[in-house]
Design a protein around this ligand. Structure first.
Ligand code: C5P
Length: 227
C-alpha cells in the first residue's frame, strides 16, 4: 500500500473541503485545510488592528509572524480537525464573512505564504495526506501523485456558501456572499506570489451538475488508480 499525496485546489466554495474530508476518511489519510491557516493569520491581524477595510499594516504583521502558532486539533465529538491559534480554538470565528473579507489580502503577502507553506510541507512529509487550498498542486506539493482542480459557477458556489453561513446562524445576504466569493477569486488569481491556477497535470472537476455522491465516487476511483 503506497501512500500518496492528494492535492486539491480550486476557486472559493467549490466543495474542496467536502471531497477532501471524504477522501481522507475513506483512505485513512490526514486531511489538512490550508485555507483555515490563512484564515487564522487573518483573525490574528484583525484582532491586532493591523487590517481593516481601509488600511493594512503589512510590516507590523510580518514582524509578528514568529509569534503566530497554528495547529489542528481533533474535536472529540465529531472527529473533525479544528484550528488552534496560539492555544485558542478559533474554528468557529474564522468561518464567518468578516474573516473572509480580509483573508485574500493576507494571503497575498509572501512572508505569510512562506511560513505557512513550510508548515504544510512538513505535515505532508510522510505522505498519506489530502490537502486542499489554492497552491497545493503548484507550489506546496508540485510532485503530488494526484492533483484535482475544482470549479463550479460563481452562482452555485455563492448559493452553497450562503446556505452554510445561514445554517450557522450568520446574518448575511446572498449578494454579499456572492460578492465575496467573486472578489476573493479575483485577488487569489491575480496575486504575484503563488496565484491560484490549475497545475498542468491537475484533473479538472466541474461539479456544478454533480451530486456529492457522484463526485466522490469519481474521485475515489481516480485516487485508487494512483495508490
Ligand atoms: O479555502 P478557503 O476558502 O477557506 O481559503 C480562504 C482564503 O485563503 C482563500 O480565498 C485564499 O485567499 C487563501 N488561501 C491561499 N492559499 C491556500 C489556501 C487558501 O491563498 N493554499
Amino acid at each position: 500500500n503506497n501512500k500518496i499525496i492528494i492535492a486539491i485546489d480550486g476557486h472559493s466554495s467549490t466543495g474542496k473541503s467536502t471531497v477532501a474530508k471524504q477522501l481522507a476518511k475513506a483512505l485513512h489519510y490526514i486531511y489538512v485545510d490550508t485555507g483555515a491557516m490563512y484564515r487564522a493569520v487573518t483573525l490574528y491581524a484583525m484582532r491586532k488592528g493591523y487590517i481593516d477595510v481601509d488600511h493594512f499594516d503589512v510590516r507590523a504583521l510580518e514582524s509578528e509572524l514568529p509569534l503566530i502558532r497554528i495547529r489542528f486539533e481533533r474535536n472529540a465529538n465529531n472527529g473533525l480537525a479544528e484550528v488552534i491559534l496560539n492555544d485558542e480554538n478559533i474554528e468557529k470565528e474564522i468561518r464567518g464573512l468578516s474573516v473572509s473579507r480580509h483573508v485574500s489580502k493576507i494571503a497575498a503577502v509572501s512572508a505569510v505564504r512562506k511560513k505557512l507553506v513550510e508548515q504544510q510541507q512538513e505535515m505532508g512529509k510522510d505522505k498519506g495526506i489530502v490537502m486542499d487550498g489554492r497552491d497545493i498542486g503548484t507550489v506546496v506539493f508540485p510532485n503530488a501523485e494526484l492533483k484535482l482542480f475544482m470549479t463550479a459557477t460563481a452562482k452555485d458556489r455563492a448559493e452553497r456558501r450562503y446556505l452554510e453561513l445561514k445554517e450557522r446562524g450568520d446574518d448575511v445576504s446572498y449578494e454579499d456572499v456572492l460578492k465575496n466569493v467573486v472578489n476573493r477569486d479575483h485577488i487569489d488569481s491575480t496575486r504575484k506570489d503563488s496565484p491560484l491556477r490549475k497545475a498542468s497535470d491537475a484533473i479538472k472537476i466541474d461539479n456544478s451538475n454533480l451530486t456529492l455522491d457522484q463526485q466522490f465516487e469519481q474521485i475515489l476511483i481516480l485516487a485508487q488508480t494512483k495508490i
